[in-house]
Ligand binder design. Structure first.
Ligand SMILES: [Zn+2]
Length: 496
């Protein structure tokens, strides 16, 4: 069988006003055609696909079209959207007749003027391959499932765990596609939109209500008629028409069963809607004092509001402000993304003592610049920082400045890269995280990179485009009513 493979992904944070451009995708690498192969680390969705293809009972000829990924951020530019539409069109044209399409997308990407990027991409793919060629979309489970996406795809699969298991999703999407192409199964889908959103503090699938919800989906898949039962707790910063949580159940030609199970999963999520809202984040000053007084480091301070991995801009100075105001003297690592600050400090040069306004230069609705005085420790080229992240061996952080402000060692970068979420990002610039009492990370859930050297994680209740206080976000487009912003008795009352 001949299978075309497309992987295009970005998670959009609508409350970060900085557009994600093609340059951002290029910073993580855009590959086309034969250049796309598994990286053999067994961690990427592409790897999962290729391993499944290799193991399939008959020979699978893969026609890779494009692989592009950018770290979460603001809406993608219209230019980037058009670029990928063009690549899809040309790639599928050049592919010739195919038997199936493996479409690996994120599911929560929005562009300038376009709420449902994946729906548009799936529609284009469908128009190119025709009605008879199966398309299986493999999505991040924080996707926003839309009518268009469901209508254009033969089946949809999603991540089954958080932390995200990309390989697993690539594999199960591929295996389902091969089974469909081989005529082994005839997928029918039921999906339910639930008028629900939640912050991410209960998003780990290993505990709490998310575990109960995801475990139930796994249990459903024990029935061989069930090809995929997936839950989609939409990431909480996507302000789009049709926004909200969903469930998707795909069975082998049993619509009644699909419907029954999709209803059951929606009912289960709805019954736990208050549990999903439970917050654990600690007020900023309290979190900073806890870190300072901890017996040992490294205390990971999760800057939830400014989560770069959740698409925030990375310009928050809120935790730094607290540390300086409280006179904390424990050594702490803090990342910051600010091209303008890098330019200013690079010009001042290594060893220079500089007073300048720091932070608050991107997400102005949440932060204001803070005047600080510090010393430039180093100015460096960060265009190839060696870190194992996603499918990269290196990430492009642009120019990087290490800037010492009081007890804080700041890693200030031009580009988003991995912010300071991986210890290797510091090591690349001569800063050994071991020996620091605390490290601020710009992620609210990806603590696995610091875990080997961390003593504890404290979620800090910080404001920002990724903040846990969903009531305080400037929602404009999400359909209302939606829980918990509004009171709703039954999720079915708004079911479309
Ligand atoms: Zn996700």
């Amino acid at each position: 069988m001949r299978i075309a493979l497309i992987h295009i992904a970005q998670e959009t944070n609508d409350f970060n006003p900085v557009l994600t451009t093609l340059e951002d995708y290029r910073a993580f690498g855009i590959e086309e055609g034969a250049a796309i192969s598994g990286d053999k680390r067994g961690t990427s969705q592409i790897d999962g696909y290729f391993d499944a293809a290799e193991r399939w009972v008959s020979s699978v000829e893969t026609i890779p079209v494009i692989r592009a990924w950018a770290v979460a951020g603001g809406r993608i530019s219209r230019e980037a959207f058009d670029f990928f539409q063009d690549k899809i069109r040309r790639g599928l044209e050049a592919a010739g007749p195919i038997d199936g399409l493996a479409l690996q997308l994120h599911g929560a990407c929005a562009a300038e003027g376009i709420d449902d990027v994946e729906g548009e991409q799936a529609e284009l793919c469908r128009s190119m391959v025709g009605d008879d060629v199966p398309i299986v979309a493999a999505l991040d489970h924080h996707a926003n499932i839309t009518r268009k996406l469901v209508d254009q795809c033969t089946a949809i699969v999603g991540h089954r765990t958080q932390p995200h298991d990309l390989y697993d999703t690539g594999r199960i999407g591929a295996e389902l596609l091969f089974r469909i192409v081989a005529g082994e199964v005839s997928p029918v889908t039921a999906w339910r939109k639930i008028p629900l959103l939640s912050h991410q503090e209960q998003f780990l699938t290993s505990q709490g209500p998310m575990k109960i919800w995801f475990d139930r989906a796994r249990a459903m898949e024990q029935d061989p008629r069930v090809l995929q039962a997936s839950n989609y707790p939409m990431q909480p910063w996507l302000d789009v028409a049709e926004g909200g949580w969903s469930t998707v159940v795909v069975t082998d030609n049993d619509q009644a069963l699909s419907d029954k199970l999709a209803d059951e999963l929606a009912d289960l999520a709805w019954s736990m809607r208050a549990d999903f809202q439970v917050r654990e984040a600690v007020p900023v000053d309290e979190a900073v004092r806890m870190a300072d007084q901890a017996d040992k480091g490294i205390v990971v301070l999760s800057d939830t509001g400014d989560t770069v991995f959740g698409g925030a801009a990375g310009d928050s100075n809120v935790i730094l402000e607290s540390i300086l105001r409280l006179g904390i003297d424990s050594k702490v690592l803090i990342p910051l993304i600010s091209p303008a600050t890098v330019a200013r400090l690079a010009e001042a040069g290594e060893g220079a003592r500089v007073t300048l306004p720091l932070g608050g230069d991107s997400a102005g609705a949440f932060f204001s610049p803070l005047e600080v005085t510090g010393t430039v420790r180093c100015v460096a080229d960060g265009s190839r920082v060696k870190v194992g992240y996603n499918y990269q061996d290196h990430v492009d952080m642009g120019r990087v400045v290490v800037f010492d402000v009081g007890p804080a060692t700041m890693l200030i970068s031009e580009k988003r890269g991995v912010a300071g979420n991986l210890p290797d990002a510091y090591k690349a610039f001569g800063v050994d995280p071991v020996g620091y009492k605390a490290a601020v990370v710009k992620t609210a859930s990806n603590f696995q990179y610091f875990a080997p050297i961390a003593s504890q994680v404290i979620r800090v209740d910080t404001p920002g485009p990724g903040q846990s206080d969903v009531h305080g976000l400037p929602w404009a487009r999400i359909p209302r009513p939606v829980y918990p912003l509004d009171t709703i008795e039954d999720w079915r009352q708004i079911d479309s």
